[in-house]
Design a protein around this ligand. Sequence first.
Ligand SMILES: C[S@@+](CC[C@H](N)C(=O)[O-])C[C@H]1O[C@@H](n2cnc3c(N)ncnc32)[C@H](O)[C@@H]1O
Length: 262
Amino acid sequence: MAQLVFDENMVELLERLYATRDVMRRRRLVREALAPAPGERILDVGCGPGFYAAELLDEVRSDGSVVGVDVSPAMLGVAAKRSEGKPNADFREGEATAVPVDDGEFDAALSVQVLEYVADVTAALRELRRALRPGGRVVLWDVDWGTLSWHSEDPVRMERVLQAWDAHLAHPSLPRTLAPRMREAGFDDVRAEGHTFATAWLDPESYGAALLPVIEGFVAGREEIGPDLAAAWAAEQRELGERDAFYVACIQVCFSAVAAPS
Ligand SMILES: C[S@@+](CC[C@H](N)C(=O)[O-])C[C@H]1O[C@@H](n2cnc3c(N)ncnc32)[C@H](O)[C@@H]1O
């Protein structure tokens, strides 16, 4: 399996992951950073199953609007359903590097855990800048997978699994280079705030525990791991969980900035 595929199967996994306490906390942090106001037009690039769109629609109210863009028709179908009956929600199929919107159409934009999957991040950042009016706000969120700290009594196998997991995306540590890339793409006042997601037990509401089946499924399809090794890795984690010895932590980074004058 090459990069993670956002098909029907992934929709199901993400629907579960995104309803967890940790991901709800992440959405709250993103909404606080974005600070949407009534009447604003908001663009969500890589909108996925549409949780942000649905929540932001409540904040921009009936005179504002939200446009969600995603490459995955499966994600867009679920996103449209989530905001069913809201005439100010619009979901469009499109690439982050060629967003199907007009220049300067939006007051604010967000892209949460999307750019790390996009090979040409600079092109995607330029598109976000193009879509915003001068002074418009952007919030980007990506995971630094290089900070993943995951306990195992078989550290060699853990290392192999995490190395294989790195292939699930284009940029395993995008936050490390995102700020200069944002400035280069035409954003001012770039800020970054890191947030740790950690759990010391197999809590299904935690990001780490909820990731377990996603990682297991992905690495099982990788030649260097395969189904047996993936199952043994996941079984150890569940067993550690039963003994309350499960531990995983990682840093995720929220970037915010303002579109520079054109
Ligand atoms: C990890 S999910 C995040 C979904 C959503 N932003 C959220 O946080 O709830 C990544 C999403 O980015 C989309 N995506 C990946 N590469 C993309 C690209 N090049 N252009 C547009 N969307 C992309 C996927 O289809 C998927 O829906």
